[in-house]
Design a protein around this ligand. Structure first.
Ligand code: Z5A
Length: 211
């Protein structure tokens, strides 16, 4: 893949503020004359959005096994990478994705306890050489995350109905992943006011754009 653009991903537990920060960062980039492409996972393509519905809301998805769930997230990602992300990066665009392969490593690998070598193999097959340049990990304790989700007042999807142990494992999984990938993953305290988190993100992007 010959790549000229910049690939940015956001990760973290539900309600940690990914969509909020993506919106603020996109506005900042547009003010600076860029035209960022905003995507989400699962989803972002017609096939991916259908897979998203099956994974999160459809009755037909209620009894998905961990293995089927892993493969569906990977299928959505494989389509998104080839149909949208690689062409956009090749055209020089800034691509911002709400979740990417780290979500699979953590939710299916750590949360669903699928062995790491299997999640890694499927992740690698799905993305080929398309890896993020930078990943912002918004870390938030479970209590605050639940408060924020309650304030949003929406129906919980299939994964959001998981146990507290599952979400504790997910949070720890993300923190371990950040420790293992210090050059790519920037760990941010998402309990801070949104403006202060945005400042840290803007600083990191400025240094990336100046390279
Ligand atoms: N999943 C998976 O298992 N494996 C995979 O490979 C992939 C995904 C790709 C997708 O969820 C689900 O799929 C997710 C992981 C799984 N499941 N879980 N559980 P989604 O896309 O439907 O939603 P989400 O990514 O989990 O989170 P979200 O609901 O979109 O939340 P968010 O984007 O991180 O947060 P937000 O909407 O920006 O903020 C939430 C609220 O907090 C909102 O009212 C804000 O105004 C407020 N907020 C934001 N920042 C602040 C600060 N700093 N202070 C106070 N309040 C704030």
């Amino acid at each position: 893949m010959s790549k000229k653009g910049i690939f940015i991903t956001f990760e973290g537990s539900e309600g940690c503020g990914k969509s909020t920060q993506i919106g603020l960062l996109a506005a900042h980039l547009r003010d600076a004359g860029h035209d960022p492409l905003l995507l989400r996972e699962p989803g972002g393509t017609p096939a991916g959005e259908t897979i998203r519905h099956l994974l999160q809301h459809a009755l037909e998805g209620e009894n998905l096994t961990p293995e089927a769930e892993l493969l569906l997230f990977a299928a959505s990602r494989a389509q998104l990478v080839r149909e949208i992300i690689v062409p956009a990066l090749t055209a020089g665009r800034i691509v911002i994705c709400d979740r990417f392969l780290d979500s699979t490593t953590v939710y299916q690998g750590v949360g669903r306890k699928i062995p790491p070598q299997q999640t890694e193999m499927i992740n690698a097959f799905a993305v080929d050489a398309c890896l993020p340049d930078v990943t912002f990990l918004l870390d938030l304790d479970r209590a605050t995350s639940l408060e924020r989700m309650k304030a949003g007042q929406r129906t919980l999807d299939r994964i959001e109905r998981e146990s507290e142990d599952f979400f504790e494992a997910v949070r720890n999984g993300y923190l371990n992943l950040a420790a293992l990938n210090p050059n790519r993953i920037l760990l941010l305290d998402a309990s801070k006011p949104k403006e202060s988190t945005l400042e840290e993100i803007k600083n990191a992007i400025t240094s990336l754009l100046s390279k």
